[in-house]
Design a protein around this ligand. Structure first.
Ligand code: NDP
Length: 255
């Protein structure tokens, strides 16, 4: 299929995990993809190689979100990469996927101010600033897709700080969807449940079994389960969906 032929996409945090799967699928549909990463250049290059082996087009962009000037650095690299390949800096699809993840601490009392600041800088402020900045590049028909988490609707006290930042990101969806409707741009949230991102915990059978039990399908999500939904939202088929929260948790939120 070639549903995104002629389109350009930026997937933040696509060196690994869910972001990589999104980048690969968008490219498979014909999009030129900017593979963004923070530090792991080797992994980002592997994403590009995977895309190129399938006949797609991609390039890497580095910017460590949450550090001063990161959004400027990101767009300098993005625009240069796009101009070299297309002659212009138009960006059709933005996927705000990069995030600091993991457990905050064993209980909410253990959350430090430094942790809170870091989570908010990377997971909430950076995506907001990226959406704000991308508007000069994004034409009518554009897509903004924010990757949140089922944790905004599922209490897990040990991850309250992380979940707070995802709640903030969902507000970016809500308000920008209304703001950008007149420009023909859709803005949506995709909320994964526990998803195998290649991290070491997914090599521990007992842990995987326990995590699988959270889904009504009794398995953990694959990165592709999330990436397929993001890809759909990026296509013209999803033109009438905006401001939505898509639960992509394998039914975890039904419990
Ligand atoms: P990973 O930890 O596997 O990958 C994180 C990605 O984000 C990497 O590409 C990493 O780059 C990048 N990144 C991390 N910090 C920064 C930063 N400060 N600046 C720029 N890039 C950064 O993440 P997942 O695939 O697990 O998660 C992807 C998204 O899905 C996240 O938004 C997460 O919150 C959400 N999610 C994930 C779930 C899961 O179970 N996996 C569940 C619910 C939501 P680098 O390689 O250079 O470090």
């Amino acid at each position: 299929m070639n549903r995104l032929a002629g389109k350009t996409a930026l997937v933040t945090g696509s060196s690994r995990g869910i972001g990589r799967a999104i980048a690969v699928r968008l490219a498979r549909e014909g999009a030129l993809v900017a593979v963004h990463y923070a530090v792991n250049e080797q992994a980002a290059l592997e994403t590009v190689t995977t895309i190129e082996k399938e006949g797609g087009r991609a390039f890497t962009v580095r910017a460590e979100l949450g550090t001063p000037g990161a959004v400027h650095t990101l767009f300098t690299g993005l625009e240069q990469g796009l101009k070299e390949r297309t002659g212009e800096a138009t960006l059709d699809i933005l996927v705000n996927n990069a995030a600091v993840t993991g457990m905050d601490g064993f209980s909410p009392e253990d959350v430090t101010q430094e942790q809170l600041d870091r989570y908010f800088e990377v997971n909430a402020k950076a995506p907001f600033l990226i959406v704000q900045r991308v508007l000069t590049n994004m034409p009518s028909g554009g897509r903004v897709i924010n990757i949140s988490s089922g944790l905004t609707r599922f209490a897990n006290p040990g991850q309250v700080a992380y979940a707070m930042t995802k709640g903030a990101l969902e507000q970016v969806t809500l308000h920008f969807a209304k703001h950008l409707g007149p420009r023909g741009i859709t803005v949506n949230t995709v909320a994964p449940g526990i998803t195998d991102n290649g991290g070491p915990i997914f090599d521990v059978p007992e842990a995987v079994e326990q995590m699988a039990g959270l889904s009504v399908f009794n398995r953990v999500g694959e990165a592709g389960d999330v990436a397929d939904v993001v890809t759909f939202l990026a296509t013209d088929e999803a033109r009438w969906i905006t401001g939505a929260f898509l639960d992509v948790s394998g039914g975890t939120l039904l419990r």
